[in-house]
Every structure is written in C-alpha cells, then in structure tokens.
Design a binder for this molecule. Structure first.
Ligand SMILES: [Zn+2]
Length: 295
C-alpha cells in the first residue's frame, strides 16, 4: 500500500527527502552485523518512493535518462525507491545511534531499536550525519521532548550552525541544545568511531567510520541516495545537495575509494538493511548487499 503522507514535523524542517514522498509503511526491524569486535544493527524507519520528475535524481540529466538507468537495473522507471535506515553501534560502555530518523512522522525507528533490545534511555551518543529532517526529527518525541534524554547529540560544528540558522528547526534546536556537543571532522568522535567530512550535501555533512582492528564500516550519510542511480551515475547532480558540484566530486571520490578498499558500507537510504560493499562497474559503481543476522 502506498500512502501520500504530509509529514508535519519534518516538513517544518524543510527536509528534502521527507517533504512529500510517497511513504510506505514497514515493519520494525533490526539486522545485526559484526565489524571486527563491534556489533552493529541496521534499524528500519520506513520506505518511500520519490517521483522520477527531474527534481531530485539527475537534475542535470533528464527523467528519460534516469528511467533508462532504472530500467537497466530491473526497477520501475517512474519512481526511485529509497529507505530510511539508522545504525546502532554497540561499543564497550556506549550505545551509539547514528542518525535519528524521521521521528513520529514515520515512526518505526524506536520500535526497531526495541527489536534490537535497546531502550531510548540506553542510548549514550547520537551521531548526526547532517541536519535534514529525515536524520534529526527523531531527536524529539511527539511531545517535543528529547527522545534520547541520556545521550550526547554529536555533530560537526558547521552542521550545528546550519541547523541553528534554519527557522523551521527552532523548537528542535531549543530542545536539544543542552545535549549537543560539536566537533571538527577528522578524528575519533567517540572511541572506535571516526568522523569523516564528506562535503557537498550540507555545510557540515559527516560520514562515520567504525574501526575495529583491520575491519571497517563507513556510514555514508547522504553521500548517496539510490542504490541504483547514485552509484551508476555518481556525477549526476542530486537535487538535495546544497553544493551540487562538490557533492558530485565527493560522491565519485568516496565511491572510488570504497570500491578499492572493499570495506563495509552503510547507506541510510539504500534498500533495508542498507549494508554492503561498493563495486566498480563501467564508468560508475554497483551495490553489493551483504546479508546480516536477526540476532
Ligand atoms: Zn537523508
């Protein structure tokens, strides 16, 4: 079933991905992976279909060109499917959540967290890739109180400035200010997780790399949105990128590095659970999903 849903909270934040997508309800889900000594779980918040109308994917290409890429991959050509996923990371003494989902407007992140055996009050750190509504709206409950009251909310200093400059986010900013701790990307933000600037999507957009021994998993944030279009045509402009030229360059360089390193990747908008590897394919890339475990 496909519903058109007015996402009141996220629309107030002018969230690019959740402003008016065709939202599809999903069941709560947590899927586990092992990264060296660290256990992580992909959490499902929801799914949506974005119209292939030239406004989002390939804004400097054409809907026909986007359709051709989708059709070649065996996908419907009139919409682009995206998921909304967040990542739970269990570290010694810490329970870390990377991004907080759409909040009550979509609603499955907290039930998915429960499926992973974690209560909101258990979360010690919420790491924010960027401040679009589909990544930060879940920081508040439907009553407007902090959803993770025991957590530090960590984001790049440039992203916090960007969020504070958004008039639609005033209530969120006021509510979370006591929890926020900012950093400059480039080092460890909590022990075992490195913050990496991936520029172009928003002013302080940050990827997070879980490092355990020789094993790594990089949460790409919104460097990519479609497991088909963003990888096959990384140099097509993405309508949600605030700096489209920088976004293209970051996307291509990051994907090339990941295709060479073969490290694990988590992509919040790829089909749930959104964990896999990047492979080189033609003049672009392809997604190689990796199956996880229920426990
Ligand atoms: Zn997003």
């Amino acid at each position: 079933m496909i519903r058109r849903v007015a996402l009141a909270l996220t629309a107030a934040l002018a969230a690019p991905l959740s402003a008016a997508p065709m939202q599809q309800p999903v069941a709560p889900a947590a899927t586990w992976y092992t990264v060296g000594q660290v256990r992580v779980a992909a959490l499902h918040d929801g799914d949506a279909l974005i119209p292939n109308d030239g406004k989002t994917f390939g804004t400097d290409a054409s809907p026909d060109a986007v359709s051709a890429v989708l059709t070649a991959a065996g996908a419907p050509a009139d919409t682009v499917a995206v998921a909304f996923n967040a990542l739970l990371v269990k570290l010694p003494g810490r329970t870390v959540l990377i991004d907080s989902g759409n909040g009550p407007a979509m609603g499955q992140l907290i039930p998915s967290l429960a499926a992973a055996g974690v209560k909101p009050g258990d979360v010690t750190d919420v790491l924010i890739t960027h401040s679009h509504g589909d990544h930060v709206s879940g920081l508040l409950t439907k009553d407007g109180t902090p959803a993770f009251p025991g957590a530090k909310v960590r984001m790049a200093a440039a992203e916090w400035e960007y969020l504070k400059s958004n008039p639609g986010a005033a209530k969120l900013v006021a509510a979370i200010t006591p929890q926020v701790a900012t950093f400059t990307p480039g080092g460890e933000v909590v022990p075992g997780i490195r913050a990496i600037a991936i520029n172009g999507h928003t002013p302080g957009h940050t990827g997070y790399e879980i490092v355990s021994g020789k094993t790594r998993l990089l949460d790409l944030g919104d460097t990519v949105h479609s497991s088909i279009v963003s990888l096959a045509k990384p140099d097509w402009a993405m309508g949600f990128d605030s700096d489209k030229a920088v976004g293209k360059a970051s996307r291509k360089a990051t994907l090339a590095r990941l295709a060479a390193s073969h490290e694990l990747v988590f992509a919040p908008h790829f089909p749930y659970p959104g964990v896999g590897r990047i492979a080189a394919k033609g003049d672009g890339f392809a997604w190689v999903p990796v199956a996880g475990a229920a426990k």
